[in-house]
Design a protein around this ligand. Sequence first.
Ligand code: PLP
Length: 459
Amino acid sequence: MISTLGTPTHPEQTLSPNQSLRPLTSRINSRGHLEIGGCDVVELVRQFGSPLYILDEWTLRRACQLYRDTWARCYAGGSRVLYATKAWNCLAICALALQEGLGLDVASGGELYTALQAGAKGEDLYLHGNAKSLDELNLALETGCTLVVDSLYELQQVSALTTPARPARLLLRVNPGIDVHTHEYIRTGQTDSKFGIGRWQLPEVLDFLAAHPQLQCVGLHAHIGSQIFDLQGHRDLAGVLAQIWRQGLDRGLPLQELNVGGGLGIRYVKSDDPPSIPEWVETVATAVQQAFAQAGIPLPKVLCEPGRSVIGPAAVTAYTLGGQKRIPPSDDLPQGRTYITIDGGMSDNPRPITYQARYTALLANRPEAEATQRVTVAGKHCESGDVLLKDVLLPAPMAGEVLVVLATGAYNYSMASNYNRFPRPAAVLVNEGEAQLIVRRETYADLIRQDVLPERLLR
Ligand code: PLP
């Protein structure tokens, strides 16, 4: 089933979600509280506790639809959008993406299993990974999903698991040698990367494919990085892929699908200015059409696999504020610093400590109050670096108030951990005034579920 969204009820809802700091249904309600998906955020915290991931269904569906419909409108060769589930993988999100007609990019046996349990079929699924295990390869082959093969070693493994009568459907992940301006940990297309087959290895790999008919190489894949604002890398990629495509055709490979990866950035802070989803799709579609026309080869079906720009802007994380620590000004710290604590931190959002990522926050109980105080929002983990927001302006915050950190849908829940044995937060999907639990809050009992205590260790 492909759903349609209701009519936008206010102008922001017509924005591309990745250009908006807040979920598109956000508004201030009659109590002066932040409302998302028709639900009062302060009430959500009262009902479900905190920290709490709050996911706006409308914003999520709009992002899926903008990708899907823009490709359909501006690309002649056919297309399918795959949601990159690494950004947030759970049953409800996989099911929603499938409902919108998207396929799913999965990057492990666990992501693949979750997608299958959510109703995905083999033809919806593309399995990534630069070091897939034999179990993962077997699960993928049994379920008929397409393998995105990362190395000659993996091709050798897959050829040993298949026969011409039981072939594998695969895309070849190539490393295009394209460097983009983003954090080094999320850059993937440069030559010095663990991902993909280097251009110097291609002749050997293409010859191997041509000699092994059980390896049905139906296309190419490349992903150049994440949180990208400058589209030049994507334009360059189309040219590189068209050249490699030509080499594959020359060896008789049955190429049909060109997967251009994901990577479109989102707005985390006011100064971020990413291109919209339609701009990204139009640019990539034009680049692929031109590159293939120049190379004199028929247009491929295009796949793309956005993660962050689909789910990132749709969610916020709500925390309850705790105590404060004021450090007076000194020679070393001329402004002094005020730390305010929250009831979560790097275990529910590891991006600041990992990538120095920046976020925007507001108070859900008085979102319009003037931001007059400079504060540093500190998590509750035993790490000095566990700081979610450094030196941001907020209305003088008080213990017990609800702090909302915006645009936390991507790589927060999916990278969450149990560090310090914190139970991971719950997640709710909000829409038209209803909130549905999609991930239960972990309990202390959940934390020891996999522990084994040998009897001889008991006192
Ligand atoms: N595809 C691949 C192979 C990736 O590694 C990633 C993430 O880094 C994505 C897609 C999704 O990227 P993004 O979330 O930036 O759209």
